[in-house]
Write a protein that binds this ligand. Structure first.
Ligand code: GDP
Ligand code: MG
Length: 598
């Protein structure tokens, strides 16, 4: 039957080990697209993904594979992101699969995200097929990497395919292993419908497009369906799959991975992780669904043009559909006006959301410095969670403050253990333990404040280990810390959006660094602007932006017209990212700088 010929799988890997490139080879082998349609990394559909060379969203495609045995198999391939910020997407894709190709770079070997993804795959009971990729590289060492797969992951690597996604070596063997090793889906096509919603997006013409994996039953056009978590009912207008061209079908059945539309207008009527069932013939139990992700990092997002507040709200609502990990609620800032406090899984996630809002919805934004969530115990015994530094209560009302910690596992060649420990120490890390993996590599485990690793920890780690170290981390509870709120005053006025929480020991140094940086970043105004950093009433650092002496254009009068135009354009460019705070024009970078100074 058709169901016996279905194989649902995902590709998992540490970032850059070649998932997307391998996906391209698989698309080729199934002739999903003509040569002209093949662009490199076809599944990275968003412009943003292509530009940055990373996968952000999961992607599901249906492919027909004419196997050498004469049968035609139906592959559903789900490409997933590799960065730790997007592991939420990975775990959702895996719940829709029976197997996973585990891609490991033949030169780099097993890395932190390789392991993290394997654990996710094992949690979902997936059959894992190891693929040692990039064997064409001169420094490839497939035998060593095979051994690592056995020793570090505990998988049998004796059949691991040696591949080069770049040249196409090994693709046929991979296809054969998919058929032989990954089980066909097991659901019952006659049972009441149960379809797992693993993603959704908003389409201006079709409303909400819901991506589902059919576990039991059949989903037909015209069916009345019910969302089990919300109880909302709809009539199915369209079902289909991506091949990766959009193809509509009459029905989707057990094992299929595709989409449905049903005039769903509101974001809140469908929920990623919910189960779709029949409105009349309903399933008794919903599918297990997903763990809800808690944001780790918050920042304020404000439209530069205050008139666009409602557009921003709408845009966030639509983006939320396509990004289940995004959270937001309205907030106001004295300095920036009306905006939203948004929660993210990490800094890359935050960056991507801001960029998608600007590109896909055309809204210019000011983002305030990201902050973690602090737990504050008041002197009266009550507690509060603070994700916005400007809302930190006055010191006299605070009994204690706790901040979130992560447990970081850093894998490094032995030669760099010293450098890694020095870096962790500098970031207020607490050494836990060290494990020697083999003659060359060590795991160094530290507990670190999340706020200290948010910004450039990863880059520092890479640069102090010549790029060899890799890191994985998980949240590891809260610990009490000696933290204080530092306010920044421009022209004697406190700017709430520039407040930061800092460790007391570093407050003076950071205060000084921040005022110096702001002096550099904030352009001269018509008047002198004093900048101060203060803790409570006490000013701990100060600096002054001198008044502007000449009109920029004055110089050009009578001069070269094109040069004048260039200057004006340049000013306009600069303006785009400026926000008037009181009487001072402040550029976007200034808001981020308070955070980068750690
Ligand atoms: P992903 O982050 O896992 O999706 O990795 P990509 O597929 O984007 O690949 C990362 C980089 O490695 C790209 O520059 C690819 O061209 C390159 N790459 C992927 N597979 C191979 C391979 O088999 N050999 C070589 N030499 N390069 C590869
Ligand atoms: Mg990719």
């Amino acid at each position: 039957s058709r169901q016996e010929r279905i194989r649902n799988f995902s590709i998992i890997a540490h970032i850059d080990h070649g998932k997307s490139t391998l996906a391209d080879r698989i698309l080729e082998a199934t002739q999903a697209l003509t040569e002209r349609e093949m662009k490199a990394q076809t599944l990275d559909a968003m412009d943003l993904e292509r530009e940055r060379g990373i996968t952000i969203k999961l992607n599901a495609v249906e492919l027909n594979y004419h196997a050498p045995d004469g049968e035609t198999y139906i592959f559903h391939l789900i490409d997933t992101p590799g960065h730790v910020d997007f592991s939420y997407e990975v775990s959702r894709s895996l719940a829709a699969c029976e197997g996973a190709l585990l891609v490991v770079d033949a030169a780099q070997g097993v890395e932190a995200q390789t392991l993290a993804n394997v654990y996710l795959a094992l949690e979902n009971d997936l059959e894992i097929i190891p693929v040692i990729n990039k064997i064409d590289l001169p420094n490839a060492d497939p035998d060593r990497v095979k051994q690592e797969v056995e020793d570090d992951i505990g998988l049998d690597a004796s059949d691991a395919v040696l591949a080069s996604a770049k040249t196409g070596i090994g693709t046929d063997a991979i296809m054969q292993q998919i058929i032989d090793k990954i089980p066909a889906p097991k659901g019952d096509p006659e049972a009441p419908l149960r379809a797992l919603i693993f993603d959704s997006l908003y389409d201006a013409y079709r409303g909400v497009v819901v991506y589902v994996r059919i576990i039991d039953g059949t989903l037909r056009v015209g069916d009345k369906i019910k969302m089990m978590a919300t109880g909302k009912e709809f009539e199915v207008l369209e079902v289909g799959v991506s091949t990766p061209k959009i193809e509509t079908r009459d029905a989707l059945s057990v094992g299929d991975v595709g989409f449905l539309t049903a005039s769903i207008k509101s974001v809140h009527e469908t929920r990623v992780g919910d189960t779709v069932t029949g409105a009349e013939r309903s399933a008794a139990e919903p599918l297990p669904g997903y763990r809800r992700m808690n944001p780790m990092v918050y920042c304020g997002l404000y439209p530069i043009d205050t008139a666009r507040y409602n557009d921003l709200r709408e845009a966030l609502g639509r983006l939320e559909l396509n990004d289940a990990a995004l959270q937001y609620e309205p907030e106001t800032s004295e300095a920036l006006g009306f905006g939203f406090r948004c929660g993210f899984l990490g800094l890359l996630h935050m960056d991507i959301v801001q960029e998608r809002l600007e590109r896909e919805f055309n809204i210019d934004l000011i983002a305030t410095a990201p902050s973690v969530i602090y737990k504050v115990v008041h002197t009266d015994g009550t507690t509060e969670e603070v994700g916005n530094p400007s809302e930190m209560p006055e010191r006299k009302f605070i009994e204690s403050i706790e901040e979130p910690y992560v447990r970081a596992t850093i894998m490094t060649p032995n030669d760099y253990v010293g450098a890694v420990m020095e870096l962790c120490q500098r970031k207020r890390g607490e050494f836990q333990t060290m494990e020697y993996l083999d003659a060359n590599r060590t795991h160094v485990i530290y507990d670190l404040p999340l706020s200290e690793i948010m910004y450039d920890f990863f880059d520092s780690l890479k640069s102090s280990t010549k790029g060899y170290a890799s890191m994985d981390y998980e949240m590891h509870g809260y610990k009490m810390s000696d933290l204080v709120k530092m306010d920044i005053l421009l022209n004697a006025e406190k700017v709430d959006a520039l407040s930061v929480i800092v460790h007391k020991e570093f407050a003076y140094d950071r205060g000084r660094a921040i005022v110096e940086k702001l002096k550099e970043l904030i352009p001269r105004q018509q008047f002198e602007v004093p900048i101060q950093a203060a803790i409570g009433q006490k000013v701990i650092a100060r600096s002054t932006i001198k008044a502007l002496r000449k009109n920029v254009l004055a110089k050009c009068y009578g001069g070269d017209v094109s040069r004048k135009r260039k200057l004006l354009e340049k000013q306009k460019e600069g303006k785009k990212r400026m926000k008037a705070v009181g009487s001072v024009e402040v550029p976007q970078e200034a808001f981020m700088s308070v955070f980068k100074m750690s």
